[in-house]
Design a protein around this ligand. Structure first.
Ligand SMILES: [Zn+2]
Length: 208
């Protein structure tokens, strides 16, 4: 994981120039990769709804095909659905043709589930093939804070890591793939809402 993670090169290569500070509200974005997950995503959606939070989900096409109803629900509830890849692969290690197929199959699965194509992509490990920008025409969104929630079952650790680094307009990376990650998300939300933060999609954060 360590070596391929070096692909990460900043929060959003293409649109962060549009970022504007809103002096009234401190915005922050929660994002969840690798779903939809049949055990945890709906649990997460329940808690997000209770808390009035909009989040962003970067989904795997193979999982969207298996659980389209979960993705439809997330979309209907106002969350942003973006492309991760079809399988959890490093796109940079694939031929252009194979990498494009990963993106297109995922976007097609998203369309079948939600009736809308995705406009945002976060490739696995943050590894994109920039030579395909013209063909894909999506906004690449990475992250600011990676608490490595996939590597621990301790929500204490995940929450501490996020709260230590968070600031206005942070994009937080989590995974809707474990009970501890879902618990961490709720604790992060409950703490930051008390501090005046508003949770929005990455699109709302980057383009408003
Ligand atoms: Zn991933």
């Amino acid at each position: 994981m360590g070596i391929i993670l070096s692909c990460f090169a900043g929060r959003s290569r293409m649109v962060s120039v549009f970022l504007q500070q809103d002096e009234q509200i401190k915005k922050v974005a929660l994002s969840f990769d690798d779903g939809p997950n049949p055990e945890y995503t709906e649990l997460l959606l329940d808690g997000l709804k209770e808390r009035g939070v909009k989040a962003s989900f970067f989904v795997l096409g193979s999982e969207v095909e298996q659980y389209p109803q979960i993705v439809r629900r997330a979309s209907e509830e106002g969350h942003l659905i973006g492309v991760h890849a079809y399988k959890h692969v490093n796109l940079r290690q694939l031929s252009d043709e194979k990498a494009l197929e990963q993106v297109r199959r995922t976007n097609e699965a998203i369309y079948q589930a939600t009736g809308q194509y995705a406009s945002y992509i976060r490739p696995p490990y943050g590894c994109w093939k920039e030579n395909l920008d013209g063909e894909v025409q999506m906004v690449e969104v990475l992250w600011d804070i990676d608490p490595r929630d996939w590597a621990t079952t301790s929500s204490d650790l995940v929450v501490q890591r996020v709260l230590r680094e968070v600031e206005e307009n942070s994009i937080i990376l989590l995974h809707d793939a474990s009970a501890s990650s879902v618990r961490s998300a709720f604790r992060i939300i409950d703490t930051l809402q008390k501090e005046g933060y508003m949770f929005v999609t990455v699109e709302d954060l980057l383009l408003e």
